[in-house]
Design a binder for this molecule. Structure first.
Ligand SMILES: *[C@@H]1O[C@H](CO)[C@@H](O)[C@H](O)[C@H]1NC(C)=O
Ligand SMILES: *[C@@H]1O[C@H](CO)[C@@H](O)[C@H](O)[C@H]1NC(C)=O
Length: 501
């Protein structure tokens, strides 16, 4: 029934009328009202794709379009901007003129050019239905999501500096509008990638077992975090924001009506959910922070826990022979212990951080005190606290003691950095600690039952270290785009033969 007919622009006549009609879209509308002054900031300079309707309130075709346009705006919420400019407003007339508007309604799709510059503007001449409009706009959302395949995983993990990264694991081969929108929100803040379930190596590396799964790799200090909430933009933005604030100009998101179905209630019962303020529909259109429908992100586990050494033999083999390079050992009463957990998480995060930026680092191990080898080593070094962290280099005959105030990551990192730079106090290892590598384990190192050994072996195997291990070479591209690391790593570079943690 709709003829894409236009109302002729009748500026002259109009301005003679006493008092123009009210705008078609109210403040509460899902359609974003923009005037000539805002257009540049909200549309032309946005990283988002927008559809813009230039209209006049008196125009019948514009009035007919209104329901479909508002519906399209609801469906595109958080994905693209649906904008209206009232060309009947005196203040907007010059602007509508410069946009070359010759009839109402005129619909234009505006999207940023990749790489900057003036946006691309094209007329929308499709059907004036919500579905057609949504389809056309979705097609024009720029895709900044990196497609991850096994063969380019390393490049993805090492590329783009040290920005945080997030990976969606999915069964789908296409990129959803939601993922595209997230990538736009976090452009240059978080690099977002998508990996298909058939990329077996990538899936294994992160231990992903269900699809979809979203994993955030904050890059800096934090360990990988698995998203455990709903596949909804608002909640996902909140989750990703742990790694960095989104860009200042997101596509509008409105808070949904409070219609919590039983499932949602159940899902969020364990998390703190703020109740939204009553007038959720007004004035919150730009709200990114409303938490009404979202669940708090749950840190499921550190993506890559450090391996544990459960037997004296293994301890010797890894760190105490005359050929052993630097090892960092965390002696803990039990990994369940609160402080121990903090220390182990901190070390896991550091190890992960280094593996992500491809810096070779000495291995970190958890050594439960139940390992008899731990007791004799601690005794020899005269260490008696609940938790002790040391670095040890049996080949060179030195060790270092971590003496930070707590086991927070900052302290640990400073300590590790000092070791990497060969700074700080090295102590001489007492006699009798270093095993000659061809010999059998030292007498007091009583062999433990095999189950423990097997457990430790399998635990290490399960540790997904592949980002580092499978890196055949640092490709030239990534080498050239990577910042030059402070390459003073005398101990690691020169003598560490370890290429996996
Ligand atoms: C657009 O993205 C860039 C990063 O490429 C960001 O610095 C900028 O703030 C974004 N602009 C807006 C308006 O959000
Ligand atoms: C690396 O990051 C810094 C700041 O985070 C930035 O100034 C620099 O341009 C980035 N380099 C590359 C190659 O992306």
């Amino acid at each position: 029934m709709h003829h894409p007919t236009l109302c002729a622009v009748a500026v002259g006549v109009l301005s003679a009328l006493p008092g123009a009609q009210a705008a078609l879209y109210t403040k509460k509308s899902s359609v974003l009202q923009v005037d000539g002054k805002d257009y540049d900031r909200l549309v032309a300079k946005s990283n988002y794709t927008s559809i813009v309707e230039f209209y006049a309130p008196w125009c019948g075709h514009c009035q007919n379009l209104k329901p479909a346009y508002e519906k399209a705006a609801k469906n595109l919420e958080g994905l693209a901007k649906v904008v209206a400019v009232n060309c009947d407003e005196d203040a907007n007339k010059p602007f509508c003129g410069t946009m070359g508007i010759q009839g109402f309604p005129t619909l234009k799709i505006v999207r940023p050019k990749k790489g900057g510059g003036r946006p691309m503007v094209e007329d929308y001449q499709g059907q004036r239905t919500a579905t057609a409009i949504v389809d056309a706009v979705v097609q024009k959302i720029n895709n900044n999501v990196v497609k991850i395949e096994d063969k380019n995983l390393d490049k993805f993990l090492s590329g783009k500096n040290e920005t945080a990264k997030a990976i969606l694991f999915t069964e789908k081969g296409t990129t959803s509008a939601l993922m595209k929108a997230l990538a736009i929100d976090f452009l240059d803040v978080i690099t977002i990638g998508q990996a298909r379930n058939k990329e077996a190596q990538t899936v294994k590396t992160f231990g992903v077992e269900k699809f979809p799964t979203l994993i955030l790799l904050p890059g800096g200090d934090a360990p990988g975090v698995v998203y455990d909430g709903e596949i909804k933009k608002e909640a996902m933005v909140k989750f990703l924001s742990q790694a960095g604030a989104p860009n200042p100009d997101p596509a509008p998101l409105k808070t949904k009506e409070k219609k919590k179905d039983a499932k949602e209630k159940k899902a969020s019962s364990s998390t703190k959910t703020k109740t939204a303020t009553s007038e959720s529909s007004s004035a919150t259109s730009e709200s990114q922070t409303s938490t009404e429908t979202q669940q708090a992100p749950v840190i499921v586990e550190t993506a890559i826990p450090i391996p544990a050494i459960h037997t004296p033999e293994k301890l010797i083999k890894e760190c105490l022979t005359d050929k052993s390079h630097t090892c960092v050992l965390a002696f803990v009463p039990s990994s369940e212990d609160e402080a121990a957990k903090k220390a182990l998480d901190g070390l896991a995060a550091l190890s992960f951080k280094h593996s992500q930026s491809k810096r070779h680092l000495f291995p970190f191990f958890e050594v439960p005190k139940s390992n008899e080898g731990a007791a004799s080593l601690l005794k020899a070094l005269d260490l008696s606290s609940d938790i002790e962290i040391i670095a040890i280099n049996a080949r060179r005959g030195w060790w270092r003691h971590y003496q930070g105030a707590d086991f927070g990551q900052t302290g640990l990192e400073a300590w590790i950095d000092a070791i990497r730079m060969s700074e700080g106090v090295k102590k001489k290892l007492p006699e009798g600690i270093v095993a000659i590598s061809v010999e059998e384990p030292t007498p007091e190192a009583t062999p433990e039952a095999t189950p423990a050994a097997t457990e430790s072996a399998s635990r290490e195997e399960a540790t997904p270290v592949t980002p580092e291990a499978s890196s055949v070479s640092e490709s030239t591209e990534s080498a050239s785009t990577q910042p030059v690391e402070p390459s003073v790593e005398p101990e690691t570079a020169a003598e560490s033969g370890h290429d996996e943690l």
